[in-house]
Design a protein around this ligand. Structure first.
Ligand SMILES: Cc1cc2nc3c(=O)[nH]c(=O)nc-3n(C[C@H](O)[C@H](O)[C@H](O)COP(=O)(O)OP(=O)(O)OC[C@H]3O[C@@H](n4cnc5c(N)ncnc54)[C@H](O)[C@@H]3O)c2cc1C
Length: 756
């Protein structure tokens, strides 16, 4: 029976599919195959196993990691004055650079045997998180050597000799690394770079050896201007066939000490007024021996795969940690400011108009940190979930952007006026950096999340594609037959499951016993099955063309992202012992996420090119259209309250941010917040007596003298917060009176041009 099925039913489908399967480039295949799958694969089945998620151990820190966070990280934070770093020094102070190297901040992920700290991904994330709440320049400086770059690549792919030579030097800061991938002509499409390495004989340190002659031009390279060791991506060529028969070997990564002859480390870019070190560099006929290729000669041409594998983990840590910290910072400061700032005689946080953005910030902080912790837990256990890393990078930076915008609006002029007392302006300016780097967000949303997810995380698609691409047709047909019919069976079950769950409003969908949160699991089970069904139908009707239908792909990506983020929020709720006080944040996340999911389904169904399938799917999963409105006014109100009063819930929402008691903007705000909320009862008595002047209130016996003093202290603290900076006019007048002065100061202002 099975051979009849294979030969008479599967075979024609196999032959047809082999003919229409789009040709996948090597770089596409390598990007797709990088990393592994994890909870994303469960979501793709249409029937996620919640017990698997809930039994996953949360990420924790070792004693040594905790001591580092409460010791060197706090010490470093205390050395950092973000205003001076940005506007006076345009760099980290020298003592901070020394401290960073001495305390091995550049070696967080390097194993102890090579002199590094050997910390877990979660500890790495916590360091980035705390630092970024004090100074973005410091956070980026520390983050880059610990994510995609020479250290990570050496650890994974380096030869033993390379590891022993370079890792100890990277761990203690004797070498400062950077990684050069982007060039003027190749940005998002980095694989199209025109930087070359030609295999030839050459003289290296007095010896005639086989190596590569490199020519490149890179730009936007973080730490580039101060780097001593450049990880370089280029295309290797072997025109004289010195290592084999192939002429074009493909993308390769090598280590380039920046003092080699021919290397030019350019000057500095100024990215959105951020002053972390960043700039162009180029090389002209730079000769390196073969053993400078990471992993040695056998790794020639494997660079893209190596980069994608490293990115699969790195993308899930650095920017998500920075963004989660940004949202928590926005929640803590905006809640405090909305509580102490009064207009029309009451705290602005009591206005519904302010509650709305405040609730959005608070819930975003809850959600992003939940997703960061869950992702770090997976990374801690050795997973490299490529699709989840992409989701995290995209969603965390996008949501941070919304949270920071909201925080700016709540603060009004206070956040607009720049100066040492402005604790939001620099974060606001930095937002586009996170959006752009490590895969710009538009590309990631439209091309990567679902494009990669559909193939990697789908239960059968990759097996089918591999079978179709099999060189031996008989073996391919066998494998295809197995995968295809399992896929068909799965699709039929998914169809009935999605239909049943949608029409019953998800009330019978599986959910663990999770108290008040059980209903959220049921809805996610329902949406997961609808997602699996729609994804299958879109893949079936569009095939490879789905790749070009970016708007559809982006909507599928949004649904998958929501399913992941909302799972993470439920996991957090459970891991933290179902905190009743935080329930409003969870409810907000769910209502907002469900609205997005429903809207994206409606948009997909309305735009699927195969209209018949679109209508059938609409009948099955959304007969009444998108019906979720988002968080109710009650939920918004309750969620905003989480950050308007000092409480354990507020601390849970905004944990472990840097808190340096230095009379800076944040320290002043926190102090005023505690004084104002601590005198609430006294202020209420004065308000009831319609007396504003505390001395008058004392005189009339409404409050005691001691209470009067507390009110005075609170008012003084508030006055210090609502102060903004001003400058002597000459300090803000043009620094340069005539063009010649500009030249004298900067020299020639260079342009990093594309090679013609
Ligand atoms: C501050 C900063 C630091 C950086 N650090 C480093 C570093 O250390 N090392 C390094 O190698 N690189 C670094 N980069 C480079 C960064 O990775 C690139 O800027 C990024 O890959 C985007 O390239 P691009 O800026 O040339 O934009 P482009 O590629 O020109 O893209 C422009 C826009 O088009 C969109 N787009 C492109 N293709 C598609 C598509 N198919 N579908 C939909 N939209 C698309 C993009 O999303 C983007 O919105 C850094 C960049 C900056 C700004």
């Amino acid at each position: 029976m099975s051979s009849f099925r294979r030969d008479f039913i599967t075979k024609p489908i196999f032959s047809w599919a082999r003919g229409v399967l789009p040709v996948m480039s090597d770089t596409e295949r390598e990007a797709l195959e990088a990393g592994d799958v994890w909870w994303d694969a469960d979501l793709f089945t249409g029937n996620p196993d919640w017990s698997k998620l809930l039994s996953h151990a949360p990420a924790t820190l070792t004693e040594q990691e905790k001591a580092f966070l409460n010791g060197p990280v706090d010490e470093l934070c205390a050395m950092l004055d973000d205003w001076k770093i940005n506007w006076e020094w345009r760099d980290l102070p020298g003592e901070a650079w020394d401290f960073i190297k001495r305390k091995k901040f550049f070696g967080i992920i390097i194993p102890k045997e090579y002199g590094g700290l050997g910390f877990s991904p979660y500890a790495h994330s916590e360091v980035v998180r705390k630092l970024s709440s004090r100074s973005l320049t410091a956070a980026v400086t520390v983050m880059v050597p610990n994510s995609l770059g020479p250290g990570e690549l050496l650890m994974r792919f380096g030869t033993r000799e390379q590891q022993e030579r370079w890792l100890p030097r990277l761990a203690d800061g004797r070498d400062i690394p950077c990684f050069g991938l982007t060039s003027p002509e190749a940005g998002s499409d980095a694989a199209s770079m025109i930087d070359t390495g030609v295999i030839c004989q050459g003289n290296f340190e007095g010896r005639e050896v086989l190596g590569l002659r490199l020519n490149w031009h890179k730009r936007y390279i973080t730490l580039g201007p101060v780097a001593t060791l450049l990880g370089l991506a280029f295309k290797a060529y072997d025109p004289d066939h010195l290592v084999g028969t192939e002429g074009e070997l493909g993308i390769t990564v090598a280590l380039i000490p920046t003092d080699l002859p021919g290397v030019s480390i350019g000057r500095r870019h100024l990215p959105a007024m951020q002053v972390f070190q960043n700039g162009p560099n180029w090389g002209k006929d730079v000769f390196i021996p073969m053993d400078y290729i990471i992993g040695g000669q056998t790794r020639l041409g494997q660079g893209w795969k190596m980069l994608m594998t490293a990115l699969a983990a790195g993308r899930g840590i650095s920017l998500p940690s920075l963004s989660a910290a940004g949202a928590a910072y926005a929640a803590r400061t905006s809640g405090a400011y909305a509580r102490i700032r009064e207009q029309f005689g009451i705290a602005i946080g009591k206005f519904e108009g302010i509650e709305e953005p405040l609730a959005r910030i608070a819930a975003t902080a809850y959600l992003l940190d939940a997703a960061r912790r869950l992702t770090c837990a997976a990374l801690n256990q050795g997973h490299h979930p490529a699709v989840i890393s992409g989701i995290m990078k995209l969603q965390a930076t996008e949501r941070m952007r919304i949270a920071i915008d909201d925080a700016m609006d709540i603060h009004g002029g206070k956040a607009v006026i720049d100066g040492p007392q402005n604790y939001l302006g620099n974060l606001y300016r930095s937002v586009p950096v996170g959006i752009t780097v490590e895969g710009a967000n538009i590309l990631t949303r439209n091309l990567i999340v679902f494009g990669q997810g559909a193939i990697r995380a789908h239960p059968y698609l990759l097996q089918e594609m591999n079978a179709l691409g099999e060189a031996d047709p008989a073996r391919g047909l066998d494998a295809f037959d197995r995968a295809f019919w399992q896929h068909v069976g799965h699709s039929v079950v998914t169809l009935f499951r999605a239909w049943g769950r949608s029409w019953s409003g998800g009330i019978f969908a599986p959910a663990p016993e999770a108290g008040a949160a059980s209903r959220f699991y049921r809805q996610l089970s329902r949406y997961s099955s609808a997602f699996a069904l729609c994804a299958d139908m879109a893949l079936l009707t569009l095939g490879g063309a789905l790749k070009r239908k970016e708007m559809l792909s982006a909507r599928f990506g949004d649904i998958l992202s929501e399913l992941y983020l909302l799972s993470a929020a439920l996991k957090r709720w459970e891991d933290e012992g179902r905190q009743a006080a935080d329930f409003a944040a969870l409810e907000w996340c769910m209502a907002s996420g469900f609205r997005t999911i429903e809207n994206r389904f409606a948009e997909i169904l309305a735009n699927l090119p195969n209209r018949l399938i679109g209508l059938i799917l609409a009948f099955l999963i959304q007969p009444l259209g998108a019906r979720v409105l988002g968080p109710s006014d009650r939920v918004v109100h309750e969620c905003a309250q989480l950050v308007l009063e000092p409480s354990a819930a507020r601390d849970r929402l905004t944990p472990d941010l840097s808190q340096v008691d230095d009379d800076g903007g944040v320290a002043r705000l926190e102090k005023a917040f505690l004084l104002v909320t601590g005198t609430d009862a006294i202020a209420k008595r004065m308000h009831a007596a319609r007396i504003h002047d505390w001395q008058e209130a004392v005189k009339r016996g409404v409050i005691t003298e001691a209470e009067g003093n507390q009110i005075a202290a609170a008012r003084e603290a508030v006055a210090k917060v609502i102060e903004v900076d001003d400058f002597a006019p000459e300090a803000l007048s043009p620094i340069f009176k005539k063009p010649a002065d500009v030249h004298q100061f900067f020299g020639e202002i260079g342009e990093t041009r594309a090679a013609s």
